[in-house]
Design a protein around this ligand. Structure first.
Ligand SMILES: [Fe+2]
Length: 517
């Protein structure tokens, strides 16, 4: 509804007088009755006008201060047409973006900005001019009727992007609380492309250790604490050298070995989080050991229960809820396992509101390591296919964590976790408002909706021969608005795009130009 006081500033016009460049402040009906997420939007293409007509909209209110006015009777005012993609502010108006006409309703605790984070472009040393091999350029074409995932005619923001912009601002800068000022992440010692090869080796070694631990426990032997500790030290070294390299490998999951892969991924993500929290190295190691072993107690549970695709019976559920206690018992029986690691394993299913298990601990009664593991374990579990649940995309898991975070998790830690891995984590396939398609390859903790993206496709059908890196904080020369913005995340499986191939080729291509470790 238009307020009486505002009516003098707006003009009610027929849909037939609507022109590209005008700014609509009210569509005259609920947002659920038309294809746009808000009632306010910039008309940046004729397609939008056609869409509105298609939905039976007859009249709209426009704001001439924010966009084009209706032509004067004499037709004397000639106003240049805005750019076709709607990224620039309308002539004479403020920097208004399509469907983002007003400052969004930020997080209640939205503080003043504190400067940009460290650009992963700087961290990686990667520059757009470097040629990158494009793997199987045909793969990204939309699939047939069954798997249609074609772009919208004129990309509209997805519900995901609209949700985050409303909650944390158009750049994603609003996700930190005044009571927990964001500490500037410390610099990586070396770029991503130098560390990634070492990170692969570190992960391979850790995989061997986890397999040995699982096998030993299955045979009734104790855990080799010292070996676990050495593997975790190597992972900590890697994360301290470069934060993104080892963490990026957690996306490359093998779905058939959940227990093993999950343990390793929870370890890596917990270490990443510990680093983001600036915890001392020794504490990182203890958290890493606990995370690597947190589910080892499941070895004592009947595998048929763990693999059951249906709802568990009460008796089976009682068994499952005991696994943190079993993990603790096994760690107690082994030498060299620090106390904090044991606490993490025992408490990784406790929840901040007391709804967790095995003891229903509440709030700060749960150790920091238990709280970290609770968030990370949840994230990794829901992003992996299981017999009883279909995996969700990482960005969907992040939203679940955000929505649950107010109750189930410590809100400050939840926010720090999201800053740590991003709203659209490393490797996420996204559609941009330029109709380009890209892969997230650098998260900025202070600008979560403006990551670095490897641009791989010009549009839905045309891959770039040379993918290049784009910094989404970059603005156009003519205006103060962003050159590129994320419109929606895409499911790489539906587009038949193996994002890891692109990232792997990126590394291979750059290896020749950067000294290997
Ligand atoms: Fe667990």
């Amino acid at each position: 509804m238009i307020k009486e006081a505002d009516k003098a500033n707006f003009k009610k016009i027929s849909i037939h007088d609507l022109k590209v460049g005008m700014f609509i402040v009210n569509l005259g009906r609920s947002w659920i009755q038309h294809p746009f997420f808000r009632n306010q939007l910039t008309i940046d293409s004729p397609k939008k006008i056609e869409k509105l007509k298609k939905y039976g909209i007859q009249e709209v209110y426009i704001d001439p201060q924010r966009g084009l006015d209706v032509p004067s009777p004499r037709g004397a005012e000639k106003v240049p047409a805005p750019e076709s993609r709607g990224l620039n502010p309308p002539p004479g108006g403020s920097a208004v973006r399509m469907e983002e006409p007003q400052p969004p309703a930020l997080h209640p605790s939205f503080p003043p900005l504190r400067g940009a984070g460290i650009s992963p472009i700087q961290a990686t040393g990667y520059v757009p001019s470097i040629e990158v091999l494009a793997p199987n350029p045909i793969k990204g074409q939309p699939m047939g009727e069954e798997g249609t995932d074609a772009y919208p005619e004129s990309p509209e923001k997805s519900d995901s992007v609209a949700f985050w912009e409303e909650n944390i601002g158009p750049g994603g800068e609003g996700l930190f609380s005044p009571e927990s000022p964001l500490r500037v992440p410390f610099d990586d010692e070396i770029p991503f492309i130098q560390e990634i090869h070492a990170a692969r080796r570190v992960k391979e070694e850790a995989e061997k250790v986890v397999r040995n631990v699982m096998t030993a426990v299955r045979m009734g032997k104790s855990i080799e604490g010292d070996r676990v500790k050495r593997a975790v030290h190597s992972m900590v070294d890697s994360i301290l050298r470069n934060h993104d390299a080892l963490t990026s490998l957690t996306r490359m999951k093998s779905y058939d070995e959940y227990m093993f892969v999950h343990s390793l991924d929870v370890c890596i993500l917990s270490l990443s989080m510990a680093r983001h929290l600036s915890l001392p190295r020794e504490e990182m190691v203890e958290i890493g050991i606990g995370a690597l072993l947190h589910d080892v107690g499941k070895m004592k549970i009947d595998p048929q229960i763990l693999k059951k695709p249906a709802t568990l019976s009460e008796t089976e559920w009682v068994q499952v809820r005991k696994h943190p206690i079993y993990s603790l018992e096994m760690m107690e029986e082994s030498k060299g396992i620090p106390e904090q690691a044991k606490q993490l394993a025992l408490q990784h299913h406790e929840r901040f509101n007391g709804n967790g298990y095995p003891f229903g601990l509440k709030g700060e009664a749960i150790s920091l390591s238990g709280q970290i593991a609770g968030i990370v374990d949840f994230y990794d579990a829901v992003t992996t296919d299981r017999p009883f649940q279909k995996a969700v995309q990482p960005h969907e898991a992040i939203r679940k964590i955000y929505e649950r975070g107010m109750e189930e998790f410590n809100r400050l830690l939840m926010e720090r976790f999201i800053q740590c891995i991003g709203i659209y984590p490393f490797g996420t396939l996204v559609l941009l408002d330029t109709e380009e398609m890209g892969i997230i390859c650098g998260v900025k903790p202070n600008m979560l909706l403006r990551p670095d993206v490897l641009i791989i496709h010009r549009d839905s059908k045309t891959p770039y021969p040379q993918p290049f890196l784009a910094d989404l904080t970059e603005k156009t020369a003519q205006s103060s608005w962003y050159k590129r913005s994320i419109v929606m995340p895409l499911d790489p499986q539906r587009w038949n795009i193996r994002t890891e191939d692109y990232l792997r080729d990126l590394n291979r291509t750059l290896r020749g130009s950067v000294p290997a470790v």
